[in-house]
Design a protein around this ligand. Sequence first.
Ligand SMILES: *Cc1c(COP(=O)(O)O)cnc(C)c1O
Length: 361
Amino acid sequence: MSSDQTGARPQWRGVIEEYRPLLDLPEGTPAVSLGEGGTPLVHSEWLSGLTGGDVWLKIEGDNPTGSFKDRGMTAAISVAVHEGAKAVVCASTGNTSASMAAYAARAGLTPIVLVPEGKIAAGKMAQAIMHGAEILMVRGNFDDCLRMSRGLADHYPVALVNSVNPVRLEGQKTASFEVVDRLGDAPDYHLLPVGNAGNISAYWLGYKQYAALGRASRKPVMRAFQAEGAAPLVTGKPFPHPETKATAIRIGNPASWKLADAAAAESGGRFAALSDEAILSAQRELARRDGVFVEPASAAGVAGMLSELDAGESYAGATVVITVTGHGLKDTVTALEGVGSLVDTVIDADVEAAAAAAGLG
Ligand SMILES: *Cc1c(COP(=O)(O)O)cnc(C)c1O
């Protein structure tokens, strides 16, 4: 029986099939997909109340491997398959490798991952391992890994799928399409974390494209946030030794630096830096107040909004989208470091004891 006869609802087809005519992909590119994209835009009662605006969270942790990286990876792996690649390589702070390994597994390609020694969250590493990646730990930082990935792709039969590959941005820009499709227009402001700067560049590409097509009447002001220990876009200088607990944005020399600068300048936006404490505190507040558990780096947009409010900035009456980039379960160790004791009370197996300990009745 066809789905029409059973009454089954069609499911979301992944970003390539949903938006193919709007993506600059080679003719006949297959779609290697895990159903990425179509992520929820959740209204934040907490932040809307604080600002007097309408604040929405774009929950990118709901992608198949738990971060927005899947949007670009479906495109990069699909094109690699189309071009006959047998192996793919990336440098990663964790999420790119998790995503690449999953899509490469699906496509039957060999995934090769370069990660900085000792700085990858356990959940992300587990994903790359489970999907069968060849993992090479480099005595160096992310920027060293990226330089090596480029070198491998230049001299050996392996395709580079970092966001310096422009196909990644084609996939990632679908997030702004989804925002506009859901809200009916572009928001006034878009806030997000920034590391290697592929994501802000992709969002801006998407917003510009929708405005040019007349699907949005305006483009948002882009405000992007880094960690103080890894804030090259704020200071204008590379950080040779980037340091932050928000490992997904621990990047000292962003590959898409120029595109990110253009996005901020053209949109009337800016970059700002936040302390790790501010980022981790925003992560905890978001989990407690809105029920949304994100990884540390993913909370930078929320932390940014809170610090701007402290500084007297107003979002009253504005529509704001904040991208929360990846799932909290990726890095539970860092999340729990900021919490005192993990279990509140140990009691006997007894209802009255539980009620008393929980303060009921
Ligand atoms: C990759 C990543 C970022 C940074 O995105 P860029 O495109 O590198 O600026 C932020 N948060 C998470 C969870 C990520 O995986």
